[in-house]
Design a binder for this molecule. Structure first.
Ligand code: ZN
Length: 133
């Protein structure tokens, strides 16, 4: 079963989409299986990371900013090559095990949509596959 979601982003940042993923799995009725969270964008990404300390989200972005600065030598006319690099390195999708009708996440894990070149209207998909109850 495929679910799609939309969101409006700010310039850069991580948006917690764990609730949407959990909701899609519940609605699918799948009890045991896998779920793929995918974003169809070239300057955004999906990741799983800590959901406890909000500073982790800020450090995640500032760490990527220093690792992938907006270099004057970049050729891409749109001027967002740093965002394209971040998107590929973090990745367009995550695969999550579904167990007991829920995403099998660690206590401190959340699923995040990562914006690297906002603000924009974005979307992401959740595909749930597996055995029904
Ligand atoms: Zn571009």
């Amino acid at each position: 079963m495929l679910f799609n979601f939309q969101l409006s982003t700010s310039k850069e940042g991580l948006i917690d989409i764990t609730a949407e993923v959990t909701e899609a799995i519940a609605e699918s009725g799948v009890n045991e299986g896998i779920c793929i969270v995918y974003c169809p964008h070239t300057t955004a990404a999906i990741t799983i990371n800590e959901n406890a300390d909000p500073d982790v989200k800020t450090d995640f972005i500032s760490g990527l900013d220093s690792t992938f600065p907006d270099l004057a030598t970049f050729l891409h006319a749109e001027g967002n090559s740093d965002a394209h690099l971040k998107s590929s390195v973090v990745g367009a999708s995550e695969m999550i095990i579904v167990a007991g009708g829920k995403p099998l996440l660690g206590t401190w894990q959340g699923v995040y949509f990562c914006e690297f070149d906002g603000p924009r209207n974005r979307k992401f998909y959740v595909k749930v596959m597996g055995d029904w109850k």
